[in-house]
Ligand binder design. Structure first.
Ligand code: BES
Ligand code: ZN
Ligand code: ZN
Length: 506
């Protein structure tokens, strides 16, 4: 979709569809709508008065202009109550307008931005959010469907209509940023929605290599012999049941700016999680193609870093393997030895994510990171605790935890902290190895993070459990059933405002 901005007056615009945004319980009609209301004998005021149209979030109402105006139709889109508006609601309303128009077969939409009444101190974020919502609202995963050209409905152009010339260049900048970010999220969604057969560790690492075609991005792939040399027993152990060889993706973005920090982002890259010998039940097992969502988040972020000119040194690490049962698979009771030298008893082969992350997290030390953030669909228990609304957060550094919480609220990819108290660490003690990979019946999300914490002692670290937030069971305004691409917007928000991380004096 082509997105542009221009200045002009709604009543003089020639558009297939002119969109106006309205707040609920607003006393008077927005002045951008007045000329339309007046020439239609106050029909819009009547609709609102009779509550035939209530401007609740995502409510829409379409009217033809019967040739009274150069535009063919107008659409009213609800934003909800003005005092309750958030960036998420702006995204939703933008998504609803373009989606509704697309489903009517319309190809060109003009949004009357003044009707949103954007407060000046929030304007950049709101314009950017509007674009993110519009692009993500139109996201579809159609690669595996037969497409009939005559049934194809596609939005071709979105125009943002403004009255103030002074903001035009700044709005164009927000459009660019919003598009880069939404495309990065869509890229992550595509990877997660792709069936496992078409995203084996080898294929994923080739996709990562392609990202390095962009200037400023480097990519290195570790294969079996490298993993053996590095004693990465966690990744090798999980991979030994699969016919697909494991890969370890290393991406690096180094803008060499002054005083840059090094931030390492790690993503779980299980391209299919059958559970291994501790086989999962068949119900919803197909969803386990999404067990590389953390890895997809990392790749999504890397697709945007250079375009957004992020002035930090960012490293992405994605250990990739399938988790399969077979004659050669790792067994309950086996002990693996990690890159760090620590050992773990494999109590359950389905708790494989922490095994591959353990190797990746200690490998991260090599980059002397100022901060490390990992994304992983790590535990079903996180879905029980937080549903698909919040990402579970645990970490060892308050400053990093607070920064991620703020970025989560700003990007509306919200996180919620769970405690990593010492008492929980007791639960992963093993009789015969340093630790074991399960912690019993309770606090599954926390004991998984406890396991990771044994490999992250040398740097500030936050773990984000995205088991619930990376996948959606239903369609909503800008998230479709399936992959959400969670984490991309959060992390790009965090990196945008990154301030030199306070160094510990030792
Ligand atoms: N990939 C799963 C977690 C998961 C479950 C993600 C559902 C998304 C949706 C993970 O590898 C796993 O199987 N974890 C086990 C751990 C248990 C055996 C300690 C779990 O959560 O049941
Ligand atoms: Zn598992
Ligand atoms: Zn898993």
């Amino acid at each position: 979709m082509n997105i542009n901005a221009k200045t002009g007056i709604a009543a003089n615009e020639t558009a297939e569809m002119l969109v106006f945004y309205l707040y609920e319980e607003s006393k008077k009609i927005n002045e951008t709508l007045e000329p339309f209301d007046t020439s239609f004998n106050h029909i819009i005021s009547e609709l609102l008065k009779n509550k035939e149209f209530v401007a609740k979030l995502n409510n829409t109402y379409t009217l033809p202009t019967y040739g009274k105006f150069p535009s063919q139709r107008i659409m009213l889109v609800g934003l909800g109550k003005k005092e309750e508006v958030t960036i998420d609601k702006i995204r939703q309303a933008a998504a609803t307008s373009v989606k509704t128009a697309r489903d009517m077969g319309i190809k060109k939409v003009t949004s009357v931005m003044d009707s949103i009444e954007i407060p000046s101190q929030k304007s950049f974020e709101w314009y950017q959010g509007f674009i993110e919502g519009a692009v993500l609202g139109l996201y579809q995963f159609k690669k595996y469907k037969e497409t009939k050209p005559d049934e194809e409905k596609e939005m071709k152009t979105l125009t943002l209509l403004l009255s103030d010339k002074k903001v035009l260049s700044f709005v164009k900048e927000a459009i660019k940023r919003g598009q880069v970010i939404a495309n990065a999220v869509s890229f992550a969604r595509d990877l997660v929605n792709t069936p496992s057969q078409d995203k084996t560790p080898t294929i994923l690492s080739n996709i990562a290599k392609n990202l390095a075609n962009e200037p400023g991005i480097d990519c290195k792939i570790l294969s079996m012999p490298d993993l053996k040399k590095l004693n990465m027993g966690g990744i090798l152990g999980v991979a030994q049941g699969s016919t697909q060889p494991p890969k370890f993706i290393i991406l690096e973005y180094n803008p060499r700016s002054k005083n840059q920090d090094t931030i390492v982002i790690v993503g779980k890259g299980i391209t299919f999680d059958s559970g291994g010998i501790c086989l999962k039940p068949p119900k919803n097992m197909d969803q386990m193609k999404s067990d590389m969502s953390g890895g997809a988040t990392v790749l999504g972020i890397f697709s945007a870093l250079a375009r957004l000119k992020i002035p930090q040194h960012v490293v992405g690490l994605v250990p990739c393997t399938e988790n399969m049962p077979s004659g050669s698979a790792i067994k309950p009771g086996d002990i693996v030895k990690f890159h760090s030298g620590k050992t773990a008893e494999v109590a359950n082969t389905d708790a494989e994510g922490r095994l591959i992350l353990a190797d990746a997290l200690s490998y991260a030390e090599k980059f002397h990171p100022d901060a490390v953030v990992d994304f992983a669909t790590l535990t079903g228990a996180c879905i029980v605790a937080l549903g698909n609304i919040a990402t579970g957060m645990m970490g060892n550094n308050e400053e990093l935890i607070n920064r991620i919480k703020t970025a989560g609220e700003k990007s509306w990819e919200r996180v919620w902290e769970l405690p990593l108290w010492e008492e929980y660490q007791e639960l992963i003690k093993s009789d015969i190895a340093d630790i074991k990979n399960t912690g019993g019946a309770g606090a599954g999300t926390i004991t998984a993070a406890c396991f990771l914490s044994k490999f992250t002692e040398k740097y500030p670290w936050v773990h984000l459990d995205i088991a619930g937030t990376s996948w959606s069971e239903k369609n909503s305004a800008y998230i479709q059933k399936g992959a959400t691409g969670v984490g991309v917007m959060l992390m790009l928000e965090l990196l945008k405002n990154w301030k030199t991380f306070p160094k510990k004096h030792s």
